[in-house]
Design a binder for this molecule. Structure first.
Ligand code: ZN
Ligand code: ZN
Length: 415
């Protein structure tokens, strides 16, 4: 008998989500160690994932829980000077674990509005301190040297932020439904479904790699933008074989094919199509103008101060490190929801990211020095922040090396 989606209990779906996270997302190897981070409210999923990890042969699963309420207490009571401090010892330890072969799994689900009433300057200083401390460990991830993935758990605070008009329990149930539907859980064998989806994304990336466009041109309401691609850029989508030889799909869900733009070749005006939730603060109505790769003008109807602090983090924070194409028909986009969480919202629409580039999107990027990567156009920064520019009204052309334009997406669907 085949079960339909509605006949599968939430416990079974949670079990399936944990199963695909370990076997498809992470590709955990027998004997491998796992470092997991999770919000306190994600304990049920974190335990299910630990169970599947051990059943897959994990040697040790270490879960670090984050407590949102305790984070707020810091903003209420800690002295002002404290906000440049990060737990450097913890991030050094995580880096040491990755170097000795551990895999990395993050469960996302914190309240997107957690820090919305806190002092943006303090939030930005605290984020910067974490970015600096985490940089060496994060490098191993952006270089895809280890297998890693991110999955989501519904949490009460996240649910009420998305569904403010529903009773808390109903909001939580709705968010779980949305997570399962967009993560391809509950309709047939999720492992089989994920492998087919991965193959599709790989095919799309292969097509773009064959085309070798020099640039992309975007046209839509409030957007007239030309973005050069890095020399020797590689389009990627779906899974990747990490430096440790293990195949992983770093984001669940994932709908994007993406590559590295040229840090000095962005020109024109771009308007965001969705609000950006940056570390607990909402930035809305973003419009930015680029000249020779650099943001020279940045506006937001809400949160402009946070935006201007964000792009002042370092020189690379004003330049682009990622360009991604996502069809408007993706399940996340079709859900009609704004999740206020980058893992979902970045997979709802075509997007660009300020800051650090993925060096794996440059041919042999993992073997090049930072200077060689920069010469090809790869950006470096402490930040990597995705923002959505795709909508049903955006057209994207591929620009060839002879400056001919070919339609690539119309109304944000593949031509
Ligand atoms: Zn992306
Ligand atoms: Zn990104």
């Amino acid at each position: 008998m085949t079960l339909t989606a509605s006949q599968i209990s939430i416990e079974e779906k949670l079990d399936q989500l944990a199963e695909v996270a370990i076997h498809v997302g992470l590709g955990l190897a027998p004997g491998q160690e796992l470092v997991m981070t999770a919000p306190l409210d994600a304990v049920p999923l974190a335990r299910k994932i630990a169970e599947h990890a051990y059943r897959a042969g994990a040697s040790l699963v270490t879960t670090l829980y984050a407590d949102d309420e305790a984070t707020l207490l810091r903003y209420t009571y800690a002295p002002d000077a404290a906000f440049d401090k990060a737990a450097a010892w913890l991030y050094e330890g995580m880096g040491a674990a990755f170097k000795s072969g551990a895999a990395r799994l993050a469960i996302t689900g914190a309240s997107p509005l957690l820090l919305s009433n806190e002092d943006p300057a303090k939030v930005s200083r605290a984020n910067r301190a974490v970015s600096v401390a985490y940089r060496p460990a994060l490098d191993l991830i952006t270089r895809h040297e280890i297998n890693w993935t991110i999955v989501a758990s519904a949490t009460p605070a996240w649910a009420v932020a998305i569904f403010p008009n529903d009773a808390p329990e109903e909001a939580l149930a709705k968010l779980w439904d949305a997570i399962f539907a967009t993560t391809r859980i509950g309709a047939g064998d999720p492992v089989v479904n994920w492998k087919a989806h991965d193959a599709n994304l790989q095919k799309r990336a292969a097509f773009l790699n064959e085309k070798r466009y020099a640039a992309l041109h975007y046209a839509g309401p409030g957007t007239d933008f030309r973005l050069g691609l890095a020399d020797d850029h590689l389009w990627m989508g779906g899974g990747t074989t990490a430096g440790n030889g293990l195949y992983c799909i770093p984001n669940m869900p994932t709908e994007e094919v993406f590559t590295t733009p040229h840090k000095d070749r962005a020109d024109g005006t771009v308007t965001a199509s969705k609000p950006l939730s940056y570390q607990g603060i909402m930035i809305e109505g973003i419009q930015v103008r680029f000249e020779a790769g650099r943001i020279v003008e940045a506006h937001a109807s809400k949160g402009e101060e946070v935006l201007s602090q964000l792009i002042s983090t370092d020189d690379g924070a004003r330049r682009l490190g990622e360009v991604a194409l996502v069809p408007h028909s993706s399940p996340i986009s079709q859900s009609g929801l704004t999740f206020l969480n980058t893992l979902f919202d970045e997979n709802a629409a075509s997007h660009i990211a300020l800051g650090q580039a993925y060096t794996s999107c440059i041919k042999n990027g993992d073997k090049l020095t930072e200077e060689e990567l920069a010469a090809k156009g790869a950006n470096t920064s402490l930040i990597h922040v995705d923002w959505m520019i795709g909508s049903g009204e955006l057209d994207i052309d591929g620009v060839t090396f002879t400056d001919a334009r070919e339609p690539l997406m119309r109304k944000d669907e593949w031509v």
